[in-house]
Each structure stands twice: as structure tokens, then as C-alpha cells.
Design a protein around this ligand. Structure first.
Ligand SMILES: Cc1cc2nc3c(=O)[nH]c(=O)nc-3n(C[C@H](O)[C@H](O)[C@H](O)COP(=O)(O)OP(=O)(O)OC[C@H]3O[C@@H](n4cnc5c(N)ncnc54)[C@H](O)[C@@H]3O)c2cc1C
Length: 387
């Protein structure tokens, strides 16, 4: 595709088209906002963010007690950008005076960023799907059609939970749907899944005085891997160690859950080896997320693990002009599911788009200087830390 910054505007408008832009970014979470900031620095005209709810909506849905796992610290001036910052010149630690912000606090930081960077967000637009239309991409939304030369998919994972295909999952409740652990009915709780969300649920439930059983296929809490996308973060590990002193948490690390069934008021959780656990309250499903690319799965290829395939500049291998940023990104077997990881790819996408529009890419040097430009993916191939 060889496009210029104005080609979109030469095309005839369809009667139900409500908006056209050079670049549409779907989702105003950290990925969408950080990406929009890079495009602003590149002076790309007509960049619009479409958001189904409001800026930082996923973080406003976090359970009340949940906190950021990755710590915030204002090291920006020394080239060590706050791990949770979406730009090299901002810091949630500085804005919020918190090391581990809550969801709503972090959403406040995102709202400030939108205002200070002067980004163009339209809220209340729910993107329902997309399709190519000649050289453009047409987005189907709840309000009508939107036309763009480039679409950057930044709709995240949190609002697209997965029940792990467990039969009877409707008797449980996904961890992302819980607002307060203290509201969980009864005195005992079962959590299915033992990674970050499962351990966060267990710690929150134990703090509310519940006796918790965590059922996991493998003991993720014992995994010793240098990649925090695979092993429990130090923050969660520390919280778990403290919470376990109450003797309210049992960790079972060899339970392959086959299904949930309900009779009268009792829910039974069945494991492949014949064991079962009974409870009167809905088991918590900490079974992960299917991700928002499930909404546009006709336009991405997916690998054996169900992750979207992208080119070296994070463009769909199936639909040119459609880019992916954020927590669903994967390269060389590494998940970019933390902000400090996926933010390093905004500049790569920015360079691809600016290059095709014939725009100057010099402003990206600031990103390289500030460790926010990861184009050598071999850097991610960390082996275990030596200590
Ligand atoms: C339990 C848990 C703890 C986590 N802790 C950390 C942490 O400590 N540090 C860290 O770096 N990461 C953490 N993460 C990962 C974190 O969720 C992601 O880093 C971050 O939210 C991803 O940002 P995003 O912009 O890709 O997605 P989101 O924050 O989900 O933003 C997507 C936005 O898109 C909007 N949207 C969705 N679908 C549509 C649509 N169809 N049309 C229009 N708008 C749409 C949503 O409303 C939302 O505002 C955690 C995740 C979980 C589940």
C-alpha cells in the first residue's frame, strides 16, 4: 500500500459514514493513548481514538482492592521511565503519589495524559467489526460506519474474559466481574486458576476473612522464570506469603479442572483425576482472557496458542493497514502483556505509518533515547537471571 495523508478524503462518503480519519485507534486504554501520543509527536494529521465507554474504562472495572503489580517510580530523568508510564515524559508515581496504583487511580492518570497531550478521544463508540474497502478500512460501530486509512487495534483483553472452556462455567463468576472480594457470598471460596488474577483473588478473599482453595493445573506460584509474564510477580508473591500466614489459603497445584456442576445449592468442581471440591458460592474463574482480537478474528491469523500473528512492525499478516498494540502482542514466543513491554512497540508502529504517509520520522529518536523503541526483538530472548 502506498498512501498519502489525504487519500482517505478523496473517496466518496457512504450515507451511513459518521467519521473518517487517517488513523483510527480502537480503545482508549494505555495502549491506545500511548500510541496516539507517538502519532502526535510525528505530527500525523487526523488521528482519532474511539472508545466504547470512557478513557481507562478497564481500570475502572478492577476490583476495589486490586493494585498494580508492576511498581511505579519516577526514574524518568535518568532514562528509567516509570514502568507504568505510557510516555517517556510522564509517570503515574509522580501524578498519583502511589507505587502500586489502584485501577481508578491509574485511569485518572490516563485521563490527565489525554488532556495534557491534547489527544482526540470520542467516547461512546463501540466498534463491532471491520472490513477492507479498497485502500481503506471500514469500521462498523454502534453509531454507523467509520473510514480510515490505518486502524490500530488497542481494545485490550480485560473486557473479553475467557472461561477456559470449562463445562458448567456459568455456575462460576469470572474474576474480572468481581467488584469487592468482601461481597463474595459465604465463608469459603474456590478460585480456579493460580496465576496473577487467581492469586489476587485469593489474597483479596482471605483479607475478607474467607477460607480459600486455589485450584490450578500447575503450581504457577512456584514457577521460577525471569519473565514476569510467566512467573508470579514479586509483588503478588509477597502478598501471597503474607496472606498465607492467616492459614486461610490452600494452594492445590495439580488440579486439572474438568467441569462445574450444580445440584440444589451446591456447586461441585470436578478434576480430571476424580477429585472434587464442593462450595455453596460461585467459584471464581481466574481463567484468563480471550482478548479483543476475537471481535475481528477474520482479519488476523492466529498461532497455535491462539495469539494474533503480526509482522515485524506489528501489522496484521492478513489485512495490511491494520496494526495491533497492547497486551495481546506476542513476538518470538514472548508476551508483551505489561505496559513497560508493549509501550516499546508504539514507535515501531508509528514509524511504519509515518513512512507510508511520507512523514518525517526524526521525532522517534527521543523514543529510542528513552528506551521506548524496541525494534531488535532479540533483546527479549532473556534466559534466566543469574541471581
Ligand atoms: C489482574 C490484572 C492485573 C494486571 N496488572 C498489571 C500491572 O500491574 N502492570 C501492567 O503493566 N499490566 C497489568 N495488567 C495488564 C493490563 O491489563 C494491561 O497492561 C493493560 O490494561 C492493557 O492495556 P490496553 O490498553 O491494551 O487494554 P485496556 O486497558 O483494556 O484498554 C482497552 C480499551 O478499549 C476499549 N474497548 C474495548 N473494546 C472496544 C470496542 N470494541 N470498541 C471501542 N472500544 C473498546 C475499552 O473500554 C478500554 O478502554 C494486568 C491485567 C490483569 C488482568
Amino acid at each position: 500500500m502506498n498512501r498519502t495523508a489525504s487519500s482517505t478524503h478523496n473517496r466518496a462518503t457512504r450515507h451511513d459514514e459518521i467519521l473518517r480519519a487517517n488513523v483510527i485507534i480502537v480503545g482508549a486504554g494505555p495502549a491506545g493513548i500511548g500510541m496516539a501520543r507517538v502519532l502526535r509527536d510525528l505530527a500525523i494529521p487526523e488521528v482519532r481514538l474511539l472508545e466504547r465507554e470512557r478513557v481507562g474504562a478497564s481500570f475502572r472495572r478492577w476490583p476495589e482492592d486490586m493494585r498494580f503489580i508492576s511498581p511505579s517510580f519516577t526514574g524518568n530523568a535518568f532514562g528509567l521511565t516509570d514502568l507504568n508510564a505510557i510516555s517517556y515524559d510522564s509517570s503515574p508515581a509522580f501524578a498519583l503519589k502511589r507505587e502500586h496504583p489502584s485501577g481508578p487511580e491509574y485511569a485518572d492518570y490516563l485521563e490527565q495524559a489525554v488532556e495534557i497531550f491534547g489527544l482526540n478521544v470520542t467516547s461512546g463508540i463501540d466498534v463491532l467489526g471491520l472490513e477492507p474497502d479498497d485502500d481503506d478500512i471500514l469500521l462498523h460501530t454502534n453509531e454507523g460506519l467509520v473510514r480510515a486509512q490505518f486502524v490500530i487495534w488497542a481494545a485490550g483483553q480485560f473486557q473479553y474474559p475467557s472461561d477456559g472452556d470449562i463445562p458448567g462455567a456459568e455456575h462460576g463468576q469470572h474474576s474480572s466481574r468481581v467488584r469487592r472480594w468482601a461481597d463474595h457470598a459465604g465463608e469459603d471460596a474456590i478460585v480456579i486458576g493460580g496465576y496473577e488474577s487467581g492469586i489476587d483473588a485469593a489474597v483479596g478473599l482471605a483479607a475478607a476473612g474467607k477460607r480459600v482453595t486455589v485450584l490450578s493445573r500447575s503450581p504457577a506460584w512456584d514457577r521460577n522464570d525471569a519473565d514476569p509474564s510467566l512467573a508470579l510477580s514479586p509483588y503478588s508473591r509477597e502478598r501471597l506469603d503474607t496472606a498465607r500466614r492467616s492459614n486461610l489459603i490452600s494452594l492445590i497445584g495439580d488440579a486439572d479442572i474438568l467441569g462445574l456442576d450444580r445440584s440444589n445449592n451446591e456447586i461441585r468442581v470436578l478434576a480430571a483425576d476424580g477429585r472434587s471440591w464442593k462450595t455453596h458460592s460461585r467459584p471464581i474463574l481466574a481463567t484468563g482472557f480471550s482478548g479483543s482480537t476475537s471481535l475481528v478474528d477474520d482479519w488476523f491469523d492466529f498461532d497455535d496458542e491462539g495469539c494474533p500473528s503480526v509482522t515485524a512492525h506489528d501489522e496484521s499478516t492478513r489485512l495490511p493497514g491494520l496494526f495491533l498494540v497492547g497486551s495481546e502482542l506476542k513476538h518470538r514466543g514472548h508476551l508483551f502483556c505489561y505496559i513497560y513491554k508493549f509501550r516499546q512497540r508504539f514507535a515501531v508502529v508509528g514509524r511504519a505509518i509515518a513512512g507510508r504517509l511520507g512523514m518525517d520520522t526524526d521525532p522517534l529518536e527521543a523514543y529510542r533515547l528513552n528506551n521506548m523503541y524496541l525494534d531488535d526483538l532479540a533483546c527479549c530472548d532473556i534466559e534466566n537471571c543469574r541471581c
